[in-house]
Design a binder for this molecule. Structure first.
Ligand SMILES: Cc1cc2nc3c(=O)[nH]c(=O)nc-3n(C[C@H](O)[C@H](O)[C@H](O)COP(=O)(O)O)c2cc1C
Length: 203
C-alpha cells in the first residue's frame, strides 16, 4: 500500500517517527514530506539539536529516515514544493494520507483550501477524491478558530485524530502513549500493526 506521511511543525515529532517505523514495518511504500517547521521540531525533540540546527535539510531528513524507517528503501522523500509528485494528483490513486503531527497552521491551510505546499496539496487531493485523510493535531488549549477548522475538516471527510492518548490500557512509558495514537492512525487507514493492546484482549 502507498501512503503519504506528512510531518508538520507541531510538537510530537515522535508520532511521525513512530508512524514511519510502523508503516515501513507493515510493508507500506511511504511518500514522506516534512515541512520546514516539522524539521525544526524533529531536530529539537528527537535529535537534541535545538529548533535552529546548523545541519542542512537534506542531512536531517536522511538521518530521520535512517533512524526510524525499518526499510529506508521503501521511503521516497518528497520536497515540500515538489508539486509535481504523484501524490499531488488525484490520478495517482494513493489511497491514504496521514499528517502526523499536524500543526494549527497546516490545519488552517487545508481547511480553507489555501494550500502552499505538497502536504497541503496532498490533503486536498484526499478530500476531493473522497479518500482517507488522517490528521493528528496537537495543540492546547484550542481557540475557536482551531476548533472551527477541525469541524470544517471533519465535515469534509478527514478523520480528526488528536494526539490524545487514552490511559485505560495503563501505559508505562511515553512510547506506549505515542504508539496508542499511531496505532489508531494505522487502524484508520487499514494497515495492520501491533502497536497497542486492544480493549478486551490479552495481547
Ligand atoms: C518546538 C516547536 C514546537 C511547536 N509546537 C506546536 C504545536 O504543538 N502545535 C502547533 O500547532 N504549532 C506548534 N509550533 C508552531 C508551528 O511550527 C508553526 O505554526 C509553523 O508555522 C507551522 O508550519 P507548518 O504547518 O508548515 O509546519 C511549534 C513550533 C516549534 C518551533
Amino acid at each position: 500500500m502507498r501512503v503519504f506521511l506528512g510531518i508538520s511543525g507541531a510538537s510530537g515529532a515522535a508520532y511521525g517517527a513512530r508512524g514511519l517505523s510502523a508503516l515501513t514495518r507493515a510493508g507500506c511504500k511511504v511518500g514522506l514530506c516534512i515541512s520546514e517547521s516539522g524539521l525544526k521540531v524533529i531536530a529539537h525533540e528527537l535529535f537534541g539539536l535545538g529548533a535552529d540546527p546548523t545541519e542542512g535539510r537534506e542531512v536531517l531528513i536522511e538521518r530521520f529516515v535512517n533512524e526510524y524507517a525499518e526499510s529506508p528503501g521503501e521511503v521516497t522523500v518528497l520536497g515540500l514544493q515538489e508539486l509535481t509528485a504523484p501524490f499531488a494528483s488525484g490520478s495517482s490513486l494513493a489511497p491514504a494520507a496521514v499528517i502526523m503531527p499536524c500543526s494549527g497552521s497546516t490545519l488552517g491551510a487545508i481547511a480553507h483550501g489555501a494550500g502552499r505546499n505538497l502536504i497541503h496539496r496532498c490533503a486536498d487531493v484526499m478530500l476531493k477524491e473522497r479518500r482517507t485523510l488522517v490528521l493528528v493535531p496537537r495543540e492546547t488549549p484550542l481557540s475557536p478558530i482551531y476548533l472551527e477548522n477541525l469541524l470544517t475538516l471533519s465535515r469534509a471527510g478527514a478523520t480528526i485524530l488528536p494526539a490524545m492518548p487514552g490511559l485505560y490500557n495503563h501505559p508505562t512509558s511515553v512510547e506506549d502513549m505515542i504508539d496508542f495514537i499511531v496505532g489508531k492512525a494505522l487502524d484508520t487507514i487499514g494497515v495492520e500493526h501491533d502497536l497497542m493492546r486492544r480493549w478486551g484482549t490479552d495481547g
